[in-house]
Ligand binder design. Structure first.
Ligand code: SAH
Ligand code: SF4
Length: 363
C-alpha cells in the first residue's frame, strides 16, 4: 500500500518545526523529536523520551522513517570497503559505500539512481539515468552507514578510525563524499536540502568541511554553490585539459565547455576563498602522457587547486586500462613543477566493484 505519510528524512529541522506548528504543537516538541532521531538513530516511537503522548500520536500518524532496505551487502577482501545495494520505496536501487581507509571512515553516497551525463568510462553513466533521489533518500544513506558504525563494537580494528564524537564512545559517521551514483549538481535542490539536514548542529552535525561534492562540471550549479556559500568542499572532474580531449570522455563538456568551466571554478575560488579538488581519471595511453600533464599544469597554474589522480577502474562498457604506478608518479612530478599538489587515489574495493565509477545497478 502506498504510504501517504511524509518521510521524516526529507524534512529540514525548520520544516519539521513548521509542520508541528501546523499541527498545533509548540516547536520544542519537534525540536526534541529531531534531535532524538539524529542523535540516537532510533526510529521507535514508543521509545521517544519526553515527547507528550498527543504529539507522538500525531507525529506517528503523519510521519514515516524512509529507511532503505539492504538488498545485498559486499565486503572487499581487504575488509576496508563495504558496499550496500539499497532498495528504494519504488524498488529502484542505489549503491552506498563505506570506506575505512586514510585513517578515517567515509561514506560514499549516491545522489541519483543512474546518471544522465554519460561519461564513457563510468559504470553509472553506462547504465543511464533512472531518477533523482529525494533529500530523504540521500539522508537515509548517511543514516544507514551511521547505524552500522554505531552498532559495531568499537574494537581495536576500528580504534584508529574512531571519531571524536560528542555522542558517546561509539563510532559515528563524520565524513561524506557525494561521489556515488549520479551527478549531484543535476539534482541540486534535493542534494542541498540533504546537506542542510546532515549539517544541522542539533542533528548529525556533520561540518560542511566534512562533505565533499564531486561534479562532472555543471557550470550553473558551480556558480550557484558559490553564490549560496554552501559549506561543502568542491571536487571537479576534469579528465581532459583541452575541450576536444575532455569532450571525448565527458560528453556534457559539449554543453558546458572547458573555458566556461574554468571561469566558473575561478569564480568559485574567488568567492569562497577555497581550493578546488580536480579529479583526473588516469587512462593508459589516453590522458596520461607528459604532454597531458603539462596541459593540466598550464590550465590550472596559479589556481589554489589540488589534483586527485584516479587510475581507471574497470567497467563493462569501457576497454581502457589504468595508468601504472610509475607513469602516475611522473604525471605527479610534472604537475608539481607547476605548483600543483596531487594525490593518487588508493585503489580499494575493486574486487567488489565499489571503486570510483564502478557503481551500477539493474534498472
Ligand atoms: N558525478 C560526479 C561524482 C561521481 S563519480 C562526477 O562525475 O564527478 C566520482 C569520480 O570518479 C569522478 O571524478 C569520475 O569521473 C570518476 N570515475 C568515473 N568512472 C571511473 C572509473 N571507471 N575509474 C576511475 N574513476 C572514475
Ligand atoms: Fe555521472 Fe559522474 Fe559517472 Fe559521469 S562520472 S556518468 S557524471 S556519475
Amino acid at each position: 500500500m502506498a504510504s501517504l505519510s511524509t518521510n521524516f528524512y526529507d524534512l529540514t529541522r525548520d520544516e519539521l518545526l513548521a509542520l508541528a506548528t501546523r499541527w498545533g504543537f509548540p516547536g520544542v516538541h519537534a525540536a526534541r523529536l529531531w534531535a532524538y532521531v539524529y542523535l540516537s538513530g532510533e526510529e521507535n516511537w514508543a521509545k521517544m523520551p519526553e515527547l507528550p503522548a498527543r504529539f507522538r500520536t500525531k507525529a506517528e500518524a503523519e510521519l514515516s522513517f524512509g529507511r532503505l532496505a539492504v538488498a545485498i551487502e559486499q565486503k572487499s577482501s581487504d575488509g576496508f570497503t563495504h558496499k550496500y545495494l539499497l532498495s528504494l520505496a519504488d524498488e529502484r536501487r542505489i549503491e552506498t559505500v563505506l570506506m575505512r581507509y586514510t585513517g578515517r571512515v567515509t561514506a560514499c553516497i549516491s545522489s541519483q539512481a543512474g546518471c544522465a551525463m554519460g561519461c564513457v568510462f563510468c559504470a553509472t553513466g553506462q547504465m543511464g539515468f533512472v531518477r533523482h533521489l529525494t533529500p530523504g533518500e540521500i539522508v537515509a544513506q548517511a543514516m544507514h552507514v551511521d547505524a552500522i558504525l554505531r552498532t559495531a563494537a568499537p574494537g581495536a580494528a576500528l580504534a584508529q578510525a574512531q571519531s571524536h564524537s560528542p555522542h558517546g564512545r561509539h563510532e559515528r559517521l563524520r565524513n561524506i563524499v557525494l561521489m556515488g551514483m549520479g551527478e549531484p549538481l543535476h539534482n541540486y535542490d534535493s542534494v542541498m536540502t540533504a546537506i542542510d539536514i546532515l549539517c544541522d548542529p542539533t542533528g548529525l552535525a556533520l561540518g560542511g568541511k566534512k562533505i565533499t561534492l564531486s561534479t562532472v562540471g555543471v557550470v550553473p550549479g558551480i556558480i550557484r554553490l558559490a553564490d549560496e556559500a554552501r559549506p561543502v568542499h568542491l571536487a571537479v572532474s576534469l579528465h581532459g585539459a583541452t575541450q576536444e580531449e575532455r569532450a571525448a570522455l565527458v560528453p556534457v563538456a559539449k554543453k558546458w565547455p572547458l573555458e566556461d568551466l574554468m571561469e566558473a571554478c575561478r569564480y568559485y575560488m574567488r568567492k569562497r576563498e577555497r581550493r578546488i579538488f580536480y579529479e583526473w581519471t588516469l587512462i593508459e595511453g589516453k590522458n596520461d602522457s607528459a604532454e597531458n600533464a603539462h596541459a593540466v599544469g598550464r590550465l590550472l597554474r596559479g589556481q589554489l587547486a589540488q589534483v586527485n589522480l584516479i587510475p581507471l577502474n574497470p567497467t563493462a562498457g569501457y576497454a581502457g586500462e589504468p595508468t601504472g604506478r610509475d607513469a602516475a608518479r611522473r604525471f605527479q612530478q610534472t604537475l608539481a613543477g607547476y605548483g600543483l599538489p596531487s594525490t593518487v587515489r588508493q585503489r580499494r574495493g575493486i574486487d567488489i566493484a565499489a571503486g570510483c565509477g564502478q557503481l551500477a545497478t539493474a534498472r
